[in-house]
Design a protein around this ligand. Structure first.
Ligand code: CP
Length: 309
């Protein structure tokens, strides 16, 4: 019998440009025809495995499966036997019960172990290197706001992290120009392969002049300066203080944005008073809550696509 390879979503970097364009188009369709897919996944189950905390990823995947007529099982890593056994063995067992797995793992290497054991599609629900579901929701948000992605200048202001890597991957494929204002960009956070592809496609640039970047962008995006995992970790408090000192001049606030027409994006959770002020989150320029809502539609499209593959 011919062996059919299972399609996974680890990052958009591993999908072709045409596949990415097509999934975005499909996500737009899913959003505009919300009721059409009701019941499409009746009898199907999604396993959601979490090593880290979440609000949006947990809620939107579970609500998405409910809307599609399927079911979602929440698995807390520490309350499961994943913590005691070889990850690939547990993943193979899991994949004999469910149609699709979504996992939020601390380490990319462990996500790949899950992938190696799974006989069903695996969706990366955010690891230390990538956050592809967020990136698709981000592109969907810009598309719904502007009606096109053509001639779009997106500017990310913050720390180079997993969200940025997936943003680079998806903007490269979709031809959106991404400007990075990233005073903190640790070598271990950057995926060189993704950056090199973007450089070849001329979809990426770096800007040191913050005012210039802010006044020449259509969308301005920021994220937490400290990974959620470490935010309240007592052993990380010194590093957190250091980061805040470096990043405070880059805060999205009304003074910085006074001459900018750009819409404001943030993947949430928000630390108001740090990377962005409460006033900007609630301003007319903000499309942050539309962006977070779009996680649901984007992920429904991903699940439908992967289960049908
Ligand atoms: N943006 C995002 O992934 O949110 P959660 O961490 O709450 O899932």
């Amino acid at each position: 019998m011919e062996h059919k390879e299972v399609k996974h979503l680890i990052d958009w970097n591993y999908w072709s440009d045409d596949e990415i364009k097509s999934i975005l188009e499909f996500a737009v369709y899913v959003k505009n025809n919300r009721v059409f897919f009701t019941g499409h996944l009746q009898g199907r189950t999604l396993a959601m495995l979490f090593q880290k905390t979440s609000t949006r990823t947990r809620v939107s995947f579970e609500a998405g499966m409910t809307e599609l007529g399927g079911h979602a099982i929440y698995l807390d890593w520490m309350a499961s036997n994943f913590q005691l056994s070889d990850i690939d063995f547990e993943a193979e067992y899991l994949s004999r019960n469910v149609s699709v797995i979504m996992a939020r793992m601390k380490r990319h290497e462990d996500l790949l172990k899950l992938q190696s054991g799974s006989k069903v599609p695996l969706i990366n629900g955010c690891c230390n290197l990538f956050h592809p579901c967020q990136a698709l929701a981000d592109m969907l948000t810009i598309y719904m706001d502007k009606g096109t992605l053509e001639n779009t200048n997106l500017c990310y202001i913050g720390v180079h992290n997993n969200v940025v890597n997936s943003l680079i991957s998806i903007t490269t494929a979709l031809g959106v120009h991404l400007t990075l204002v990233t005073p903190i960009a640790a070598k271990e956070s950057i995926v060189e392969e993704v950056v090199e592809k973007a450089k070849l496609n001329k979809t990426i640039s770096w800007e040191k002049n913050l005012t210039y970047a802010v006044n020449n962008s259509d969308y301005i995006y920021t994220d937490t300066w400290v990974d959620m995992e470490f935010f309240n970790d007592p052993s990380y408090q010194e590093k957190k203080k250091e980061r805040i000192n470096i990043m405070m001049p880059y805060q999205l606030n009304s003074e910085l944005l006074k001459n900018s027409k750009a819409k404001i994006m943030h993947d949430m959770p928000i630390h108001a008073g740090y990377e962005i002020t409460r006033e900007v989150v609630q301003s007319e320029k903000s499309i942050i809550f539309q962006q977070s809502e779009n996680r649901l539609d984007a992920q429904k499209a991903i699940i439908l696509k992967l289960i049908k593959e």
